[in-house]
Design a protein around this ligand. Structure first.
Ligand code: GUN
Length: 281
């Protein structure tokens, strides 16, 4: 029987650890503070932002919410970021993506002080990850590493295949697995014979954004399968990039959707807020 990796439980553990650290910092007079900026009212973004605020409340992190209208000008957002960069009492700044089309996402990511970039999107932090220096790591891939470690799954020396090469997941995921001494392959939409590549994996990480694309034919017997996708299927049920029913009988361990990688992203964001304070000290 495959192990079903419980992301809800592991993320709760991490949030409890963060809560303890936040309380300790508070006893020293430091109130860990995250500024969360949402521009417009995209329904999915509102759900994510709401969940981030809830996690802040749970862990004791002070959240400052900025809800800006859809028609906000780029300059207004950049000015707000500048002001938050300057504020001593703000440790982390998060701008929820996507942004309205009049605002250039790269400019916004670049404007956030690297030392407050708890999303780990700033080129300084991406570069630090690339050369093995300390910095903020994108929350979803950082969460995947925690799922593996806390499930006692060895990464060192293993064949790791990442399917997907996005800046937020695939690329940082591959760098983190490399940092953990995995042998890493990144596959993507132009990969020839994807099945042949994914079947080499001891650890297969799927972040392709296509519902139930990866079935048993893509998976080696006894592999560990991590599903980063989240979608609604034809019955309006949540599902991942992996066809769970098909893959489960073949693998050693697998993450479910929901309740796998999803809850880890916010737990790691909370953790990054504490790290923002620790890095400053
Ligand atoms: N939009 C979707 N995922 C994310 C995320 O992890 N961070 C931010 N800032 N926006 C997102």
């Amino acid at each position: 029987m495959a192990q079903v990796i419980d992301g809800k439980m592991i993320s709760a553990q991490i949030k409890d650890e963060v809560r303890d650290k936040v309380a300790e910092l508070k006893s020293k007079g430091i109130e860990v503070t995250l500024a969360v900026i949402q521009v417009g009212d995209d329904p999915a973004s509102s759900v994510y932002v709401g969940n981030k605020k809830k996690a802040c409340a749970y862990t004791g992190i002070r959240s400052l919410a900025y809800e800006l209208p859809q028609e906000t000008k780029e300059k207004e957002l950049l000015d707000l970021i500048d002001e938050l960069n300057e504020r001593e009492d703000v440790h982390g700044i998060l701008v929820q993506l996507p942004l309205p089309e009049q605002i250039n996402e790269d400019k916004v990511i670049n404007a956030i002080a690297a030392s407050k970039d708890v999303d780990g999107f700033h080129p300084m932090n991406v570069g630090a990850l690339c050369i093995g220096k300390k910095g903020f790591v994108s929350c979803t891939p950082a969460g995947v590493i925690q799922l593996l470690k806390r499930s006692n799954i060895e990464i060192s020396g293993k064949e790791c295949v990442v399917v997907g090469r996005s800046n937020i997941v695939g690329k940082p995921m591959s760098l983190l697995l490399l940092r953990e001494n995995g042998t890493v392959t990144v596959a993507h939409s132009r990969t020839k014979d994807l099945k042949e590549v994914t079947k080499r994996a001891d650890i297969l990480i799927v972040a392709v954004g296509k519902p139930k694309m990866i079935n048993a034919e893509y998976v080696k017997d006894g592999a560990v399968v991590i599903d980063v996708g989240i979608h609604r299927d034809a019955q309006n049920k949540l599902c991942g990039d992996v066809d769970f029913e098909s893959v489960y009988p073949k693998c050693a361990a697998i993450t479910p959707v929901p309740g796998g990688v999803g809850p880890m992203t916010i737990a790691m964001l909370m953790n990054n807020c504490v790290e923002a304070v620790e890095m400053r000290q």
